[in-house]
Design a protein around this ligand. Structure first.
Ligand code: NAX
Length: 330
């Protein structure tokens, strides 16, 4: 049995937290031989901290053999201390009448503080995965504060979008989910994201040939995947939680599994025409546990280029809206 790793989770008493923590503690994220210590961080709000107590009690009551400890705190310096993985799920939701720019700035301030503290107190091998929206820009903001941890350590989640796209393609083709491969998400975790169907395969054949309906792929498919979050809110009366938690399990599991190929929002460095200083979804191959290489050179036709330009534009606009929060040189 390995020695335990420390996994910090913000927003631990929220909806996603409630679906996520039990999966981590059961071994779904890091495997059946890897014990964990959960470091649960909530906002300094009485109701949230009380709810967190209840969640910790339930974790105890599961008697998970891999769960070697639970920390409960509203102090990020305690919660991120020596953390090997920092899962940033908590964020401020968009309130009624709130402008997108205000949401970006309010969350930006949270992620500035968390980026600084993680950089100061987390483990030397710390990895950060951001779920709280706007996830890509929050991730960019947190990474901008780091002096010790390099930007590749900061990733944002687009795996829910990849899973949604895979599922939609399987349904349309009438095949089992596992028949669908190589569907990757480019850009922002927002309705502008681009699920690049031209590279996808179904039973090893090009998905475009199998589905044979370009109008559906360019239209309904992209729209369904892009607006799935809103459809779930409309149906369920609450935003995606279990599927988001499941996607974060997949995101981290793939990042610690050498050879895994999957979609992650990472610092673009200019690949695929993304601005060099935005965090954009793209395919990566995990090299060693926690490290990855971006898969470059996937051909993009005119439709794909237009979609990528649109999602890149949104990312650069988000960046401009929080420019005042960023270090001058970045
Ligand atoms: P909830 O509102 O249920 O939970 C959020 C929790 O975060 C609350 O308990 C709150 O007290 C806590 N929190 C707020 N600020 C905090 C801080 N500074 N430190 C620690 N905790 C803090 O939201 P939930 O449904 O769990 O969603 C969490 C975030 O995930 C939201 O921003 C949501 O938009 C985002 N999502 C991202 C997805 C993605 O694919 N990237 C998909 C699902 C989800 O919509």
């Amino acid at each position: 049995m390995n020695s335990p790793i420390r996994v910090a989770v913000t927003g631990a008493a929220g909806q996603i937290g409630y679906s996520l923590l039990f999966r981590i503690a059961s071994g779904a994220m890091f495997g059946p031989g890897q014990p964990v210590i959960l470091q649960l961080i909530e906002a300094p709000i009485e109701k949230a901290l009380k709810a967190l107590e209840g969640v910790a009690m339930e974790l105890d009551d599961c008697a998970f053999p891999l769960l070697h400890g639970i920390v409960q705190t509203s102090d990020p310096a305690v919660g991120f201390k020596d953390a090997n993985w920092c899962l940033l799920v908590g964020a401020k939701p968009r309130g009624p009448g709130m402008e997108r720019a205000d949401l970006l700035k309010d969350n930006g301030r949270i992620f500035i503080g968390q980026g600084q503290i993680i950089d100061q107190v987390a483990a030397a091998d710390a990895r950060v995965a951001v779920v709280g929206n706007p996830a890509n820009t929050n991730c960019m903001i947190a990474a901008s504060q780091a002096k010790r941890l390099p930007p590749e350590r900061f990733t944002a989640m687009v795996r829910l979008d990849q899973n949604r796209a895979q599922s939609q393609l399987a349904k349309k083709a009438g095949v089992p989910l596992t028949a669908v491969e190589n569907i990757f998400i480019y850009g922002n975790h927002s309705p502008t994201m681009f699920p690049a169907f031209a590279h996808a395969t179904i039973n090893g054949r090009p998905a475009m040939a199998v589905i044979n309906d370009d109008a559906w792929l360019q239209g309904a498919f992209c729209e369904t995947v892009g607006k799935r979050g809103a459809a779930i809110i409309a149906a369920r009366g609450a935003s995606s939680a279990a599927s988001a938690a499941n996607a974060l399990v997949d995101h981290v599991r793939s990042l610690v599994t050498p050879g895994a190929i999957h979609s992650v929002a990472v610092k673009s460095n200019g690949a695929y025409g993304f601005d060099a200083n935005v965090w954009a979804g793209m395919p990566v191959r995990t090299t060693t546990p926690g490290s990855y290489a971006v898969i470059t050179g996937q051909a993009m036709d005119e439709f794909a280029q237009t979609k990528i330009a649109a999602t890149n534009r949104e990312l650069t606009e988000e960046r401009a809206m929080v420019a005042e929060l960023l270090p001058k040189a970045s």
